[in-house]
Design a protein around this ligand. Structure first.
Ligand code: F3S
Length: 405
């Protein structure tokens, strides 16, 4: 790769061992993908924060890097950890797990990283603009940044995003290059797609069908004229989970597909049609009827979503454990809404989520959720049976501890 003088000095260790290690990782990556040079980034976002996923080996690796004096040089935020960093005891997180989790977050903080612990960094201050080059690793945030904002990032691993944060650079390949951002497949969506769970089911189906290519989505039904950012965030999260989609375009909605920019589609793009969402709903559902855990907020809930949840919970008491996961800053911005929601017995949980927390140690068996991504991962990552459906249905399940079709 062609490195600048400054990048060479990083690689040669003239700026310290921690930076040298980071540059070595990026050069190796660049060589694998045929990048000619590095490019400067505006921000980084790092996954690999939950102790549940990292384990002791990951914690040691981080500590070692910290001891080499590595510091980040661009604004960098963290993905959800394995627990609410303040209220973990109330949620029943075991002491041993909490101790290790706090060590992980401390190691990141030592490098100058903000412990935001959210998968929606773009809602709480780490907000790139169109065309910015960034190095993000949370798959749902990568999808949102690329597709909804029009920033440029590859689907980084936690390690490569951290290396980019430390050097302020990433190898120039993949989605950083204009020519690689064209859609290879057109998806005509003929049915009405309504709430968050519908967008989750749709995302699941598209991800399953097309793997990791770039889809161009046409919402044909007139009722889908105004797609919200919350709907796009859940759609992208779901596609990134069942497939590995890091970028999608929505006709006349997302920035690169505004005004029907057909140059964003390759010439011989194939076309598929989605007529209804039943395939997504049935793949993400088990047949349990008793519910002991309800999880909403995947990706982390926005202020708007909190408002909706608050309305649905008015004058209700929940019987099942109900977690509404959101960024700590969103929770702070929600002000009086938090009390309103928690009056029902629900918990607004920050810094973590239903998938990266050690849910399997908390004794739950059957989870209800309105999130396609959570429904997809909960059986394999948390050993839970899942019921997947609308927000209204999930609130009803939290109140009655039952799921009836
Ligand atoms: Fe976020 Fe956890 Fe879902 S990291 S996207 S809430 S699985």
């Amino acid at each position: 790769m062609n490195l600048t003088k400054k990048e060479k000095s990083m690689l040669d260790g003239e700026q310290g061992e921690g930076i040298q290690k980071a540059m070595e990782i990026l050069v190796a990556l660049g060589e694998i993908y045929g990048a000619e040079r590095m490019i400067e980034i505006k921000s980084a976002q790092i996954s690999g924060v939950s102790y549940k996923n990292l384990g002791d080996a990951g914690l040691e690796f981080l500590k070692e890097w910290t001891e080499k004096g590595a510091m980040v040089r661009v604004p960098t935020t963290l993905n959800p950890a394995g627990m609410d960093l303040r209220e973990w005891k109330r949620l029943g997180i075991p002491d041993g797990f909490a101790e290790k989790q706090l060590m992980v977050v401390k190691a990141y903080e030592k490098m100058g990283i903000k412990p935001t612990c959210t998968c929606t960094p773009y809602l709480v201050g780490n907000l790139p603009v169109f065309g910015d080059h960034i190095a993000w690793s949370e798959s749902s945030a990568v999808s949102y940044a690329n597709s909804v904002i029009g920033a440029r990032t590859n689907r980084e691993s936690g390690i490569s995003a951290l290396a980019s944060a430390i050097t302020g650079r990433t190898p120039l390949y993949g989605y950083h290059l204009e020519e690689n951002r064209k859609a290879g497949l057109i998806v005509d969506i003929e049915c009405n797609v309504e709430g968050i769970s519908d967008f989750g089911a749709l995302g699941y189906m598209i991800g399953k069908k097309i793997g990791n290519s770039i889809p161009y989505l046409y919402f044909k039904n007139k009722k889908n004229k105004n797609i919200s950012q919350d709907q796009l965030k859940t759609l992208g999260a779901s596609m990134a989970a069942s497939g590995a989609i890091a970028l999608y375009h929505v006709h006349e909605v997302t920035p690169e597909a505004k005004k029907g920019n057909i140059n964003i589609i390759i010439d011989d793009a194939e076309r598929i049609i989605i007529e209804d969402l039943s395939e997504g709903y049935s793949a993400l559902n088990s047949d349990v009827t008793e519910i002991d855990f309800v999880a909403i907020g995947c990706p982390h809930a926005s202020l708007n979503e909190l408002k909706k949840i608050s309305n649905l919970l008015k004058n209700k008491k929940v019987k099942a454990e109900l977690w509404i996961t959101t960024a700590r800053k969103t929770k702070e911005m929600a002000g009086g809404l938090v009390k309103e929601i928690e009056k029902s017995g629900a918990h607004i949980v920050s810094d973590t989520c239903m998938i990266v927390a050690p849910i399997e140690k908390l004794g739950f068996r059957n989870m209800a959720t309105n999130a396609g991504k959570a429904a997809f991962y909960a059986p394999s990552h948390c050993g839970l049976n899942v019921r997947f459906g609308s927000l209204e249905k999930c609130i009803e399940a939290a109140v009655t501890e039952r799921w009836e079709w």
